[in-house]
Design a protein around this ligand. Structure first.
Ligand SMILES: Nc1nc2c(c(=O)[nH]1)N=C([C@H](O)[C@H](O)COP(=O)(O)OP(=O)(O)OP(=O)(O)O)CN2
Ligand SMILES: [Zn+2]
Length: 150
């Protein structure tokens, strides 16, 4: 699964990097419509995070690959996602730990870190595979900024 070719995302930043990593986690989807997924079960999630930008930091990095992995792996590996109530909720569908929401949460956690860096690159795509046959792509909407019209 690692070394997979992922769908590309359109942007016109000069640099783009991709980091693959995996984590094992349990979850359940607390919806009447979720069928067997209402029961707690586990996955090895395969994630690919795409970061893009025009400026490098003092190490010549957009962002250190290791930081992207650490931010997500250290938080979710060998956890029950539903227990992470800062990220997920059993009450609000937009915060149930579905593949879609976990992908969006990964994007938000990484972007929150990137917003505190000097070169401020952007998460432009998160690919998250939950099973051999199921995956989700999340692409954050571009936010217009004073000095950044992309
Ligand atoms: N849109 C979504 N649909 C489903 C999600 C989800 O997160 N978003 N999650 C699940 C379950 O959690 C499950 O882990 C994955 O379901 P599924 O792909 O059906 O799993 P199978 O291994 O049984 O798939 P097969 O291809 O039939 O073997 C369900 N739906
Ligand atoms: Zn599942």
């Amino acid at each position: 699964m690692l070394q997979q070719i992922y769908p590309s995302v359109a942007h016109d930043y000069s640099y783009e990097l991709n980091k693959d990593f995996q984590f094992a986690a349990a979850h359940y989807v607390p919806s009447e419509d979720a069928g067997k997924c209402r029961q707690m079960h586990g996955h090895t999630y395969y994630a690919n995070v795409t970061v893009a930008g025009d400026e490098l930091d003092r190490s010549g990095f957009l962002v250190n690959f290791a930081i992207i992995k650490r931010l997500i792996h250290d938080r979710f590996d060998h956890s029950l996602l539903n227990d992470d109530t800062e990220s997920f909720s059993d009450e609000l569908p937009e915060r149930f730990p579905t593949t879609e929401v976990v992908a969006r949460t990964i994007a938000e956690l990484v972007q929150s870190y990137l917003d505190g860096t000097a070169n401020r690159p952007h998460v432009v795509q998160v690919f998250l595979r939950e099973t051999p046959t199921s995956y989700c792509l999340y692409r954050p909407k571009r936010k217009a900024a004073v000095n950044d019209e992309r």
